[in-house]
Structure formats: structure tokens, C-alpha cells
Write a protein that binds this ligand. Structure first.
Ligand SMILES: C[S@@+](CC[C@H](N)C(=O)[O-])C[C@H]1O[C@@H](n2cnc3c(N)ncnc32)[C@H](O)[C@@H]1O
Length: 240
């Protein structure tokens, strides 16, 4: 069964996801920092370490949202960074952050669908996606597109929520994600559904080896999955 943000909507998952992120865009950064106690910043730094030492001319950050990963990627000293997202609301917040940091020359944010990327084949040296793949309507299509626009030998780094396995972390995590996050998300963003969708979409997401086998079908090689912070998130890497 497909997990979508708004149970009673007849729109596609993609449209609903776009609408949800447009709705919460103004509160997204605050909710992220407060719900993760700031650990999300460390997770994005860990992503960057996976790309250290690689010569990157062009970097693509898919589902860039408010551009935190795109901004963090400046440390890699790439020639250029493009961030794509389907939510104009999220991109608008991101554009303000990029401008404030004086990064307009380096980072370009544009609207685009991960399942139909507006780029030529073999365009990028590296691709990053943080907390994006879980929201794709068709995961394989999104991975096929990453494979298409990545240069041969290029690297993809994907960060996504997973579920801890050990007692009592799993139980605490389930309580936190199932009850606390939706409550806090509703208080702050006034969107009843957004943080309920977070729990449901994480529960339904094919994590670990399951994710790797889907990525393998898209043609990625040297695939690796790493569980981080008790498995609250997983870091996936692969090479074209
Ligand atoms: C949880 S946010 C993550 C944002 C950012 N990467 C971060 O780490 O904070 C997920 C983002 O994925 C975007 N998204 C979902 N489906 C997408 C698609 N098909 N194409 C492009 N972006 C998509 C949403 O609009 C949203 O901004």
C-alpha cells in the first residue's frame, strides 16, 4: 500500500508531498532541529565525509528542500552545486539561506522532479539526497534517474531514516516518532498530517539490504549501507 500524507486526498503521492512541504516550509528548519535535537546537522556532515577527497566539478543535491545539504557541500569545494526539489515553498526558504551566506554564485536551486530530472545524461560527479527518497512516488524511477545523470565513476550518497532494532531504542524511537513528532509537528506547523506521514513513510520504507537491492537494479555498483545513531538513519553509497 502506498503511504501518502493526506489520507482523504485523491491527488497523486507526488502532488500531496509537494503540497505538504509547501505547507510546512516556513517551519521545516525549526522542526528539523528541534525534533532531532540538532543531530541532523551531524548526519549531513557525515554525508559530506563520504565525498571527501573526490574531485567534484558538478554536484547535484536531489530533494534539496531548504538547501541544508547543498550549503554543507560547499566544504567539498565543488565547481558548482545544483539543488532540485518539487516544492517551491521549500526552495524559497533555501534561496534566502543561500543568498544570506553569499553563495548565489556557487549554489543554484531549481524546481525539478527527481523522477524526471531536467539534466543531460552523465552530467554530475556526485549526487546527494537527504531524507528525500522515502518521499518519491516511484523509488526505482528516482534511482534510475540518478544513475542516468551521474557520470561513469560518479558517487551517490543517500541519507534516509531507518528503524533501530535493539531494545529499548526501538521502542523509544517508535513512541517518539509515532506520538511525539506528530503532536509537535502539528503544534508548530498546523499541518495535522505531515508528521504522522513521517512515521508511516519511515515504517513502510525498504531499508538496508532491501534498499540496496533496488539500487542495484538501477545499475549502481559498490553499494554499501551504514546504520548511524543506533540505526535511526542509514547512509547508502554507490558508484555508477
Ligand atoms: C524531508 S525533506 C528533505 C530536505 C533536505 N534534503 C534536508 O535534508 O533537509 C524532503 C524533500 O523532498 C522533496 N521531494 C519529495 N519528492 C520529490 C520529488 N519527486 N522530486 C523532487 N523533490 C522531492 C520535498 O519537496 C522535500 O523538500
Amino acid at each position: 500500500m502506498k503511504v501518502t500524507p493526506y489520507e482523504h486526498s485523491s491527488e497523486t503521492k507526488k502532488k500531496q508531498v509537494e503540497q505538504m512541504f509547501d505547507n510546512i516550509s516556513g517551519n521545516y528548519d525549526f522542526l528539523n532541529r528541534s525534533l532531532s535535537f540538532g543531530i541532523d546537522v551531524l548526519w549531513r556532515k557525515k554525508m559530506m565525509r563520504e565525498l571527501k577527497g573526490i574531485e567534484i566539478n558538478k554536484l547535484l543535491d536531489i530533494a534539496t528542500g531548504t538547501a541544508d545539504v547543498a550549503i554543507a557541500a560547499r566544504k567539498l569545494k565543488p565547481g558548482s552545486i545544483i539543488g532540485v526539489d518539487i516544492s517551491e515553498g521549500m526552495l524559497a526558504v533555501g534561496r534566502v539561506k543561500v543568498a544570506k551566506k553569499g553563495l548565489n554564485e556557487l549554489i543554484q536551486l531549481q524546481r525539478g522532479d527527481s523522477e524526471n530530472l531536467p539534466f543531460e545524461d552523465n552530467s554530475f560527479d556526485a549526487i546527494t539526497v537527504a531524507f528525500g527518497v522515502r518521499n518519491f512516488e516511484h523509488l526505482s524511477k528516482g534511482l534510475d534517474e540518478m544513475q542516468r545523470v551521474l557520470k561513469p565513476g560518479g558517487k551517490v550518497v543517500i541519507l534516509e531514516f531507518s528503524r533501530p532494532r535493539i531494545f529499548p531504542i526501538r521502542q523509544l524511537y517508535d513512541f517518539y516518532f509515532r506520538y511525539f513528532c506528530p503532536w509537535w509537528g502539528k503544534v508548530v506547523s498546523k499541518d495535522n498530517a505531515a508528521y504522522r506521514y513521517l512515521y508511516e513513510s519511515v515504517s513502510a520504507f525498504p531499508e538496508g539490504d532491501q534498499f540496496l537491492s533496488i539500487a542495484e537494479k538501477s545499475g549502481f555498483k559498490q553499494l554499501n549501507a551504514q546504520r548511524v545513531t543506533f540505526g535511526i538513519v542509514s547512509l547508502y553509497t554507490g558508484i555508477k
